[in-house]
Design a protein around this ligand. Structure first.
Ligand code: ADP
Length: 364
């Protein structure tokens, strides 16, 4: 945190210093005007020399009026030179545009070079860097706050859950009281999952989670998820079809199990009673592919766009069964493990989620 504050202070100092110094006579506008004038003058002279040379080699060229010869040759030369010189002025704009795109994609580590020869560009880049330091500081403050508050919530929630579970097994409760206890337990579990998800997300977003790599069987891990979720799909009479290749994988076992739990859990949650779910796992070139298909309502156009946003819940009919953090968590875990996920509708109805894990940790 101290280091961040120092960085932010340095960026502000540089920005203030640049703003305080006067641009002087050779500002960007003057330099551009001078460059264009010099370019025109030099190229008219070069075009004149060139036209004389061409006339010597091809005497018939002299039939073209001298003005037209110079105009055509200098236009070609100026066009080529402007294209080359314009990089000098437009490269910083291109870099700024790319940096802004990365920020829009959520990367707050982007910084721009402040070593440019132009004072105006130095000032713009230093301003951008300062903005990024401030944004970073706010983000850290926010995630620290969320993570601390979630931690504080955890202990009382666990206590409520524990005591309510004890109360549930009490024989002296009336039917009505039993119903209340079940409701308390259901909502406490929801709260506990939400807090757990927020904590995990904030940990992996800050990369503070240490995820030791082990070699394990992916197909076995997926089977365990399906078995653990049996109460939910068994209750709905869902037919499960699984075609899982034996695949050994080296990576974070503890993080990956959240991926299967969420994707398969969603397929179950959104499938109707008596629906069908099919899961497949296979190797494809340098990646491992996992596909989950369901016979649910599929994704709306809006859901498809926001699937991986935090707290997004497209289908509100299942609102109480989730918190909109599952897929955001999955996306982040896969980014850390070297993988990706996408969701789409199937032509025959329902949707298909495809998870890819790249064996060398990178997309080819
Ligand atoms: P939630 O806890 O609400 O399930 P997720 O992040 O797991 O949160 O999913 C976000 C949203 O994506 C869901 O609310 C739902 O609208 C949509 N979604 C995810 N999986 C499916 C699916 N298998 N079928 C239909 N919609 C889905």
């Amino acid at each position: 945190m101290k280091n961040k504050e120092q960085k932010s202070f340095k960026s502000r100092e540089l920005f203030d210093k640049l703003r305080a110094t006067k641009v002087g006579w050779f500002n960007l506008k003057t330099r551009l005007t001078m460059l264009v004038l010099a370019e025109v003058l030099v190229f008219i002279l070069i075009a004149f020399g060139l036209s004389r040379l061409i006339v010597m080699v091809f005497p018939s060229f002299s039939k073209v009026p001298l003005f037209a010869q110079i105009a055509v040759l200098s236009l070609i030369a100026i066009g080529v030179a402007t294209r080359l010189f314009s990089r000098l002025f437009f490269d910083p704009i291109k870099k700024l545009r790319e940096a802004m795109q990365r920020v829009a994609d959520g990367d707050l580590t982007v910084r721009l070079d402040t070593d440019s020869s132009s004072k105006e560009i130095q000032e713009v880049n230093a301003g951008f860097n300062l903005m990024m330091e401030e944004l970073n500081a706010t983000e850290i403050l926010q995630t620290d706050f969320v993570s601390n508050v979630s931690h504080e919530f955890k202990t009382p929630i666990n206590a409520i859950e524990g005591y309510t579970t004890l109360l549930q097994s009490c024989d002296s409760l009336s039917c009505e009281e039993q119903e209340y206890v079940e409701k308390i337990l259901f909502n406490t579990k929801r709260l506990s999952t939400l807090v757990g998800n927020i904590l995990l997300l904030s940990k992996i977003e800050n990369q503070s989670i240490s995820s030791p790599k082990t070699t394990f069987r992916l197909d076995e891990q997926i089977r365990q998820s399906v078995v653990a979720l049996e109460p939910s799909w068994g209750n709905k009479d869902i037919e499960f079809e699984a075609d899982l290749e034996d695949i050994e994988y080296t990576g974070s076992e503890s993080l990956l199990h959240h991926v299967w739990d969420n994707v398969i859990g969603n397929a179950i949650k959104f499938s109707p009673k008596g629906g069908e779910i099919s899961i497949r796992l296979y190797r494809e070139k340098e990646s491992i592919v996992f596909i989950a298909e369901d016979s649910g309502p599929g994704l709306s156009e809006k859901s498809e766009k926001h699937l991986f946003d935090k707290f997004y819940q497209g289908d509100t009919s299942h609102k109480s069964e989730g918190n909109g953090l599952g897929l955001a968590l999955v996306k982040r875990i896969l980014a850390i493990c070297g993988g990706d996920i996408c969701g789409e509708n199937r032509p025959e109805g329902g949707c298909r989620f495809t998870v890819k894990l790249y064996e060398n940790g990178r997309k080819n």
